[in-house]
Each structure stands twice: as C-alpha cells, then as structure tokens.
Write a protein that binds this ligand. Structure first.
Ligand SMILES: O=C(O)CCC(=O)C(=O)O
Length: 277
C-alpha cells in the first residue's frame, strides 16, 4: 500500500519534522485501541511514572514488539507501516510502542527533548526513526497536548542534560532551547480521537502538565529503518522483521490483548548524560 500522505504532506514532514493526519483511525478502531490501553492487564501492569522537573508524574507503558493484540495490529497495519517507510526512505521495523497517559488534574509534563536524544544511546547510528502519536482522547492545550518545534528535525542531535530533581527524564540543553524557541514556531498538536501526528526523531517536543479535568491518553508507535538496526543488542530494540497486516485487521481482531510477544519494559530507559552540554 502506498503512503496515505499526499505529496504536500510528505514535503511538510521533511521541512517541518511533523505532519498531522486527521482521522487516521476511525471511531470503532480508536475505541478498540482505547479500551485495550485501559483494560489490557499487561499494559496496566507495566505503567511507569516519569517525574517531570516539578515532581509531577506523567505515566507511560512501553513495549518493544508489535504482536497480535489490537495495538500490535495497529502498529503493523499497512496504512501506518508503509507511510513510515515512505517518510524514512526505506523499509522499517517496529522500534517501540507506548501508551503515554496524563491523568486529569495531576498529569505531569514531558520536558523538551528529541527522541534521538534517547535513542542515540540505544545504538542507532543514524536518525532514521520517527513516531506516530495517535490521540485516544481529545488532546488540547488545556490537557497537555504535544508541542513540537517546527523545523527542529533539521538541527541534528542536540545534547541532552540531566534534570535536577528527576532521574526519569533528560532535557534538551536549556540554553540552546531558549534560542530555538525564540526563532522557531511551536506547533500544538490539538487532536481529536483517531487523529495522529507523525514526527521525526530529531523534532524537539514537550508537553505540559495536565491541570484540566480531562484525561489525555495517547498511543505511540515508533519505527526505525531496517538498515539502521541498533549496534547495541541489550536494550531489546534491535531489528526483528515486521510483518504488516491489512488495514482491516484491527476491526477483525476486536478487543485482543497482549499475546506474550510484546516484550514490555519494566524500567524506563534514561540515558546517562553529562551535566553540562
Ligand atoms: O505523551 C507526551 O506528551 C510526550 C511523549 C514523549 O515525548 C515521548 O514518549 O517521547
């Protein structure tokens, strides 16, 4: 299946480092995914809290392999995989998937970072990775939608430094960020359930705390180019062939939970970075 994006959207992805896709999953598919995130015992049992710079927790559940669950099939369906391969310029494999969950009133923030600020340390030599974030709930400025720095994909990798008071996240060099956020636009990915934002691994992004009464849960699937397989084997994110499934597979499977192939993460991966950039 060819990429679902228009030529204009492909150009936008390369220029801006992000593209918003409305209605990527229909309401029935989105409801299945949302219920799986809420009800699958494996997803729930692997939820980790990641403290932000102010000590508030944003929640995440992470797994490395896309299996036969409804969320495994969503990450393997043609409309997603073929689009990611077209954007990354070659065949891809599933690098990781995650639920990122901001609970009403108490949800913590994600500090400014590039995913490659983390994934470089998993042994990916090139930044040939990208993610697709699918909204399970409506995401708005009020409940901590993703914010992305337009064009930051073209900066290259920025040094990331530790955050005082949090061992759970690292942050893109704040001195550099101050310049970048003055000169580049910030895009707020306000999404309806079923909409998605696709972004490059060097695109700087953050999300604010959720002080609203509305939950903000999103499902992300991340892909690496096959020829960029990790040179480090012990983080579980190395190449395993990705078998795509037809787009109809999600509804055909119904509410299917983890099958045992997922390789859920019990401890968050936080790279050991130095204090000064
Ligand atoms: O869920 C969010 O708001 C951000 C998640 C994120 O930045 C990540 O998983 O790398």
């Amino acid at each position: 299946m060819p990429s679902i994006l228009s030529q204009e959207q492909v150009v936008q992805f390369h220029q801006d480092g992000l593209v918003i896709v409305r209605g990527l999953f229909d309401p029935e598919e989105t409801a299945l995914l949302r219920r799986a995130m809420e009800e699958d015992p494996q997803v729930r049992d692997h939820i980790l809290d990641r403290l932000d710079a102010n000590g508030a927790a944003t929640r995440i559940s992470l797994w490395n392999r896309a299996g036969d669950s409804v969320y495994g099939l969503a990450a393997r369906c043609e409309r997603v995989v073929d689009t990611m391969a077209a954007l990354l310029g070659g065949p891809v494999y599933h690098f990781q998937s995650k639920l990122t969950a901001k609970e009403p009133l108490v949800g913590g923030a994600w500090e400014w970072h590039q995913d490659y600020g983390y994934w470089y340390h998993n042994g990916c030599l090139f930044p040939h990775l990208a993610s697709i974030m699918l909204a399970l709930d409506r995401t708005t400025r009020d409940n901590g939608c993703l914010q992305l720095v337009r064009g930051s994909n073209r900066l290259g990798r920025i040094d990331h430094v530790p955050i005082e008071g949090s061992k759970d996240q690292v942050v893109a060099d704040p001195a550099r960020m101050a310049h970048l956020t003055k000169s580049l636009d910030i895009v707020y990915a306000e999404l309806e359930p079923g909409d998605a934002v696709i972004f490059h691994c060097n695109t700087l992004h953050q999300s604010a705390q959720n002080r609203s009464p509305n939950r903000r849960w999103t499902f992300l699937a991340c892909y690496n180019r096959v020829d960029n397989d990790t040179v480090i084997r012990d983080h579980g994110r190395y190449y395993v062939p990705l078998e795509t499934v037809p787009d109809g597979a999600i509804k055909a499977a119904g509410l299917k939970f983890a099958s045992g192939a997922e390789d859920f993460t019990s401890k968050p991966f936080v790279p050991k970075v130095r204090e000064s950039a």
